[in-house]
Design a protein around this ligand. Structure first.
Ligand SMILES: Cc1cc2nc3c(=O)[nH]c(=O)nc-3n(C[C@H](O)[C@H](O)[C@H](O)COP(=O)(O)OP(=O)(O)OC[C@H]3O[C@@H](n4cnc5c(N)ncnc54)[C@H](O)[C@@H]3O)c2cc1C
Length: 661
């Protein structure tokens, strides 16, 4: 009886949330990806999984992955083959590779920014007739640089499915800057020309306190401090409106506004060294002596940048990225030992712009593809790429010397002959239920480090171990298309932090007016909302948190995501009149189990001497096989992905020169 009333309660909640609504997520049906109007062909998959997952051939009419909603990012069909190779059961089920007879000057594994940049640099070196094949396991190119398109009422709305910002903690190298300049991208000039429109002027930020974490459910707006649009009020006044305990409020005021030097008399370098070896959580609890109730309030603040909570991020990094608590500690804002790359960028800012394209760095990937494959997209400027419709039937076409083959997971790479003297490599990939092989005069592996030991078992043992060291950071960028942003306007917020909830933040997407792209202008316009989820497991070492997060993301169904998204938006925006059953038009969950490249963190990693970090060993050339990708720099940034591509191509070209003479 209790069971059936519980079930009825759940059904009724589902109806309120609109779980029955036929939103465009329905192109994700029972685990099957259906391309808009496209024919279906199965990807190679072992056993039972094969029955569940399909993808359209990339030259089928209507094949257009950016318009798909539902589970994107690491979508069904993209990863199962690689996992089967990892688990050692692939070759028992796969047939012998069928030789396509194709031979390329270069084969690139991975069609992210690094792989596309490798093809670009190689073509610069070898000339426009160089034959290049790029293989990628996803149904779209770009790697993390993916774009999500929505067309409510026929109007185009764009956002990034993954990477967004062009700026980096590092100064752009000549090669990386040269590449984006040649593509027509001038971030400082674009910053001036294409800034935010007026749509969200006057909207601030807020915090949502959920009853599961804070005992009471409450949205409190007008948070003071440095958040965009936040009010300049006092913390005490703001906190008095929250359900936080009196002791927690007192501690937070001290953390936010206090000027105590908690390490008085300790020399600057020693202060920094100590802070680099303790987490921000430990700093708050053990050094500031804050009440433990403050932890849920701050816990998820590092999620967006680090993918993990304050329990696993060094206090020194949190100082660098301007977290509170350090006001009285007189720490000089200069580069210091013990800062991760991300924090280093905060004390030595490299760029005075924050421009990004409406679809983030997907525009960089699309510009690269347009440049590499003639006829793949109309136009000729960095502005017109934004609304250009990519023609996927052109990108793996015999007319073009550069071909990009999607839905193709590379399963083996080896030299034909001894690696020291070989003139060719053979690359096998799984696609459409079959395994194929192609030959190349060299290959750049611009895929993820942890994949490489499985597909290239001939590598030296030390290198394979180094390739396995980093554990990529899992994260989810959820995008929800809403009928309008009226609820946000009524509440006076543009962004809400939700420290205890499934997604830790909710934000109206930035409105960037560039080229022919017109973002929403009025609260009545359809709008995109972005939500961030990081499936980290506080209390574990960072790499174990990432591993647990991979598992979490790959075992969570779209239905569970959808229910959580609807529930969260309904609760947070309730006082603004939001109705999830009425107001949600579409949902895309950009799931990235293998997201940011792993960055070394002094809390968890050794202080290796220069040249001995795992990434230094991992990226060594092996015969005609060189290694790119941002993992090769242990730094999750666009410029690093490009720099690694440049190095990998240079190493390959030098090796070929050396063995041809
Ligand atoms: C959600 C998210 C947000 C980010 N935000 C930013 C940002 O704002 N700014 C920034 O600079 N960076 C950001 N990054 C970091 C981003 O990863 C790098 O900047 C860069 O885009 C990485 O490019 P890449 O080509 O090195 O790797 P990827 O983009 O990961 O591309 C590698 C490709 O290789 C494919 N591959 C792997 N194995 C195989 C195989 N066996 N066969 C075929 N293909 C394979 C992968 O599936 C992938 O498509 C973000 C990353 C994520 C996940």
């Amino acid at each position: 009886m209790a069971n059936s009333s519980e079930q009825e309660r759940k059904r009724s909640r589902d109806r309120e949330l609109g779980m029955h609504r036929d939103i465009t997520r329905r192109d994700f049906l029972n685990g099957m990806v259906v391309a808009a109007g496209g024919a279906l062909a199965s990807t190679w998959l072992p056993g039972s999984v094969a029955a569940q997952t399909s993808a359209a051939a990339q030259d089928a009419p209507g094949y257009y992955p950016p318009a798909l909603s539902g589970m994107r990012g690491s979508h069904p069909g993209a990863f199962e083959t690689a996992h089967s190779v990892r688990d050692g059961d692939f070759w028992a089920k796969a047939g012998k590779p069928v030789a396509t007879g194709e031979t390329y000057d270069l084969i690139v594994v991975g069609g992210g920014i690094s792989g596309l940049a490798a093809a670009y640099f190689y073509r610069q070196h070898a000339g426009p007739s160089a034959n290049i094949l790029i293989l990628d396991n996803h149904d779209d190119f770009g790697g993390h640089a993916k774009r999500n398109e929505f067309r409510p009422g026929g109007r185009l709305l764009l956002t990034n499915g993954g990477t967004v910002a062009i700026e980096s903690p590092f100064p752009y190298s000549n090669e990386a800057r040269g590449l984006i300049t040649e593509l027509g991208i001038d971030p400082p000039a674009f910053e001036k020309k294409y800034s935010d429109n007026e749509a969200y002027r006057g909207l601030g930020s807020g915090y949502f306190f959920d009853k599961e974490t804070f005992g009471v459910e409450r949205l409190v707006t007008g948070a003071p401090g440095g958040r965009r649009g936040a009010s300049g009020g006092k913390w005490g006044d703001f906190l008095a409106k929250t359900p936080l305990s009196a002791q927690a409020q007192e501690s937070i005021v001290r953390i936010q506004e206090g000027t105590t030097d908690y390490m008085k008399g300790v020399p600057q370098a020693e202060k920094k060294a100590r802070l680099s070896r303790m987490s921000y959580k430990d700093f708050l609890l053990n050094v500031v002596k804050a009440h433990p109730d403050v932890i849920p309030f701050y816990q998820s603040r590092t999620h967006g940048l680090y993918g993990i909570g304050i329990d696993a991020v060094p206090a020194l990094d949190c100082w660098a990225i301007s977290f509170p608590g350090f006001q009285g500690m007189e720490l000089a804002r200069v580069p210091s030992k013990g800062l991760t790359f991300t924090a280093l960028g905060a004390v030595t800012p490299q760029a005075d712009y924050h421009f990004h394209f409406p679809d983030g760095n997907a525009s960089i990937a699309r510009l690269l593809v347009r440049s590499l494959v003639p006829g793949s997209a109309p136009g000729h400027t960095a502005e017109d790429i934004v609304t250009a419709k990519m023609d996927y039937s052109r990108i793996d076409h015999g007319d073009s010397p550069v071909r990009i083959r999607l839905n193709s997971t590379v399963v083996a790479v080896h030299h034909l002959g001894d690696s020291a003297s070989a003139k060719e490599v053979e690359v096998a990939y799984a696609r459409d239920g079959k395994v194929y092989s192609v030959r190349g005069k060299g290959t750049v592996l611009a895929c993820w480090n942890m994949v490489i030991p499985y597909i290239c078992p001939d590598l030296p043992t030390e290198q394979k171990e180094a390739l396995r060291y980093g554990v990529k950071v899992p994260l989810v960028y959820t995008v929800v298309a809403l009928r309008n942003s009226n609820a946000f306007s009524k509440l006076g917020v543009r962004g809400v932090s939700c420290p205890g909830m499934y997604h830790s933040s909710i934000n109206l997407d930035q409105a960037i007016h560039i080229g022919d792209y017109k973002p929403p202008r009025s609260p009545d316009d359809p709008v995109l909302v972005r939500m961030l989820r990081t499936p980290c497991q506080p209390g574990l070492p960072a790499r174990d948190q990432q591993r647990a997060g991979h598992y979490d993301l790959l075992t969570t169904s779209f239905e569970t995501f959808e229910r959580n998204i609807r529930d969260q938006l309904a609760r947070v925006l309730a006082a603004g009149g939001f109705d999830p059953a009425r107001d949600i038009n579409a949902i895309t969950v950009n799931r990235w189990p293998h997201g940011y490249a792993y960055e070394y963190n002094p809390l968890w990693d050794s202080d290796w001497p220069e040249g001995k970090r795992p990434c230094d060993i991992a990226r060594r050339r092996f015969g005609l096989i060189t290694i790119a990708n941002s993992d090769a720099a242990a730094a999750a940034y666009t410029d690093q992905a490009i720099d690694q591509a440049f190095r990998a191509v240079r190493e390959l070209v030098e090796r070929r020169k050396a063995t041809s003479s």
